[in-house]
Each structure stands twice: as C-alpha cells, then as structure tokens.
Design a protein around this ligand. Structure first.
Ligand code: PCA
Length: 224
C-alpha cells in the first residue's frame, strides 16, 4: 500500500487573537481525519501537523524539519488574515519581507528579499480550481488572493515554494483563514467564520490536493 504523507502547519497565538484558526484547523484535521475522501485505492494518508512561531527566522526551518522527518508529499501551510471575510486561497508567494510590526523575535525586516538569489514570485502548487468548486458546493465563503501579505505568512509560503521547486514530486501551498467567529461578525465591518466551517474548508483543501496528487489534471490548477 502506498503511503501519502501530508504536513499541515499553522501559527501560534498572533496579534492579540486568542484562537488562531491556523493553529486549530490542522489540529482538528489530524484528530478527526478526513472522513470519506472517495476512492483512494491502495493509498494510506497520514496527516502530520506542526504549530510554528510567528518568526521570520524560525518558522521555515521548523517546518522544513517536519517535512523532512516524515518525507512529506503534500504540505499545506496556513495562517490567519485578520481582514479576510472568508477563506483565501493564496495564488502566489512573493520574494519580499516588509513588516509593519515586529515578529516574536523583535525583527522588523523592511523592503528586503527573502532569498536575494530567488525569483520574484512562485505560483502555488495547489489545485485551486477544484478546491473552489468544493467550497461552492459546501457553502464556504472564499476568494482567491494574489498575496499573503509581506509578513511571516508570505515569508513561510515563499520559502516553502522555493524548496518545493527543487523537489521531484511535492505539492504545496498556502491558505489564509479569517478570524474565528461563531456569529460570523467580529466587529464593525469585520467578519469571520465559525471554526467548524474553517475545519470543513481545511478538509476540502487536503482532499482535493490528494486527489490532484494522485491524478494530476491541468484543469484543477487555477492561477488566472
Ligand atoms: N498571520 C501572520 C503571521 C501569523 C499569522 O497567523 C501573517 O499574516 O503573516
């Protein structure tokens, strides 16, 4: 039986938010499993999770350690985007750090490349089109996003895709979650989503990415 190793990571507490969905969703998926994910044939899926510090210097090395420890085939990085009204599927990672506030190590890099020798940007390796189809079916509010900001989330995303570009057969990408809110309203003009809906979204992302890994199809990728 073939073993598929999936690593899903998120961040610890961040910016005064007591529940970071990017910490809770991976944990819930590892605990609850994926449910019925259709005909997988002779494939066993193992989900590994890792919580990362909001640190430019340490988030990526820690994720890489987990990736290498389990020989990951699929890596889905996640983070919280305060202003998001729904789940945001990130299309591309840019080679830029431009922090407006310090990370947990008190670092505030401004207008610096992540990798001075790297390309300006990378496209995601996740099948965004089929994930969006699942979200529509499940009534999960979602949009495509063209950048994950210029803070630690984008830096992790870029490092992940930089590494993925040198791998034979690995899929990876980044999903931004909105704030957790059982009522859907976070404050004036601010919206969130109940945690259960965000977990459903995470399950759709993992399920579609596994499907695409097993049966690549050019119509699943969406960057346009
Ligand atoms: N969001 C931050 C870092 C941690 C998180 O959950 C970001 O948008 O970069």
């Amino acid at each position: 039986m073939k073993q598929l190793n999936v690593v899903i990571c998120g961040f610890d507490h961040y910016d005064g938010v007591s529940v970071n969905p990017s910490y809770e969703v991976p944990k819930a998926l590892a605990d609850q499993g994926l449910g019925d994910i259709g005909a997988l044939g002779d494939v066993n899926v193992a989900i590994h999770t890792v919580g990362l510090p909001v640190s430019f210097a340490n988030a990526w090395p820690l994720l890489l350690e987990s990736i290498e420890a389990v020989h990951a085939d699929i890596i889905i990085a996640t983070g919280l985007k305060h202003a998001a009204r729904g789940v945001m599927l990130e299309r591309c990672a840019t080679n830029l750090m431009d922090a407006a506030k310090p990370d947990i190590d008190n670092m505030t890099p401004t207008r610096e490349p992540i990798d001075p020798d790297g390309p300006a940007a990378y496209w995601t390796r996740l099948p965004l089109r089929s994930i969006m189809r699942d979200f529509a079916r499940d009534g999960i509010p979602a949009t495509l996003s063209s950048d994950a900001g210029t803070f630690v989330c984008n830096s992790l995303f870029y490092n992940l895709l930089n590494w993925t570009s040198g791998q034979e057969r690995v899929l990876s990408g980044f999903v931004s979650f909105p704030q957790v809110s059982e009522t859907g309203v976070v404050g004036v003009g601010r919206r969130g989503l109940p945690l259960e809906r965000q977990i459903d979204a995470g399950r759709d992302v993992v399920r579609e990415t596994i499907g695409y890994y097993l049966k690549p199809s050019s119509s699943d990728i969406l960057i346009d």
